[in-house]
Design a protein around this ligand. Structure first.
Ligand code: MTE
Length: 314
């Protein structure tokens, strides 16, 4: 039998969108008391995504947690700030430029990009460096599909990403958190960027991305800590040298360039051996589990790192 390194699940293993939606309705009924926490989705549109490969076996995190427990420092430091303070952020019109060491640089209009790309639903585990996790049904397309269109040159080794700078709409960019520095920047090695798991997300739970989750387009790299998932991207640049990244620049001892999920390498201030599963506390007091190497995606990605010392290259 032919060996497929990235097996596609059979259709009956994939949770259909209708099931997520009915779970969501159920959730809304059960949590009437927190109805005000549900997302303002006035502008959300349904995305026509087909089920993609890589469907996590876990149940998706409730939508209200995915959209109300966020890290998006442009809107503030609190987990609730992005939902509370991003309503007037304008995610359209929007351009995303692909430039640098490519044969075909291009500035994309976000909706033309979405129309041109193969939009898929993918249920991914997400492990934040703060030792909590979620399982999120993303809608998006492989970053490799976009990069292939740009035709990277032989000299390109890394991909650099940049978030939007818009202090008038992003209160966190109006001082207060000067040490982080704007724009938020991130980077991947080119082979990591081209890996089929690496997604540019434009939606979640079947609808356009809420502002607090990084509208209109954000990166998702499920075997790395969540901070690699840069939000509200405006610029993607192919470069020769390893690009600077926001958290690494701020505190290199705590946040490395690679940021691969690794239960054996603790953060200097806390253990990475286990994680709190957001939205799974319930009455039984569960909601913690052991963290897996590469967040459980080792079979797919371990080969990217060969004999590299992952303690040194954290
Ligand atoms: N992107 C930008 N532009 N600004 C940020 O502060 N926070 C990162 C990442 N992307 C961040 C960002 C961190 S620390 C995490 S854990 C994830 O976004 C959180 O994504 P979520 O809120 O959609 O779960």
């Amino acid at each position: 039998m032919a060996h497929t390194p990235y097996p596609r699940p059979s259709p009956d293993e994939i949770t259909p969108r209708s099931v997520w939606l009915s779970r969501r309705t159920l959730l809304a009924g059960v949590t009437m008391g927190v109805a005000s926490r549900l997302v303002p989705r006035a502008r959300a549109e349904t995305l026509h995504a087909r089920p993609g490969p890589f469907q996590a076996a876990e149940k998706p995190t409730p939508l209200s947690d995915v959209t109300h427990y966020n890290n998006f420092y442009e809107f503030g430091l609190d987990k609730g700030d992005p939902a509370a303070l991003s309503a007037s952020f304008a995610a359209r019109p929007w351009t995303l430029s692909v430039e640098g060491l490519v044969a075909r640089p291009r500035v994309w209009d976000i909706d033309q990009l979405i129309a041109a790309m193969p939009i898929e639903e993918r249920l991914y585990r997400m492990r934040c460096v703060e030792a909590w996790s979620m399982v999120i049904p993303w809608d998006g397309f492989p970053l490799s599909s976009l990069l292939a269109q740009a035709e990277p040159l032989g000299s390109a080794r890394y991909v650099a990403f940049e978030s939007v700078v818009r202090p008038a709409q992003m209160p966190g960019q109006r001082g207060g958190l000067d040490s982080l520095g704007w724009p938020y920047v991130e980077g991947l090695r080119l082979d990591e960027a081209m890996h089929p798991l690496t997604l540019l997300a434009v939606g979640l739970y079947g609808e356009t991305l809420p502002n607090q989750n990084g509208a209109p387009v954000r990166l998702v790299v499920p075997w790395k800590y969540g901070f690699k998932g840069i939000k509200s991207i405006t610029r993607i640049r192919l470069v020769e040298k390893q690009p600077p990244t926001t958290w690494n620049q701020m505190n290199a001892d705590e946040y490395g360039f690679f940021a691969n999920v690794n239960p054996e390498v603790d953060h200097p201030r806390w253990s990475q051996a286990s994680e709190r599963v957001i939205g799974a506390g319930g009455f039984l007091g569960g909601g913690r589990k052991k963290t897996l190497m590469f967040n459980g995606y080792g079979e797919q990605v371990a080969g990217l790192y060969g004999t590299m010392d992952l303690r040194r290259n954290y």
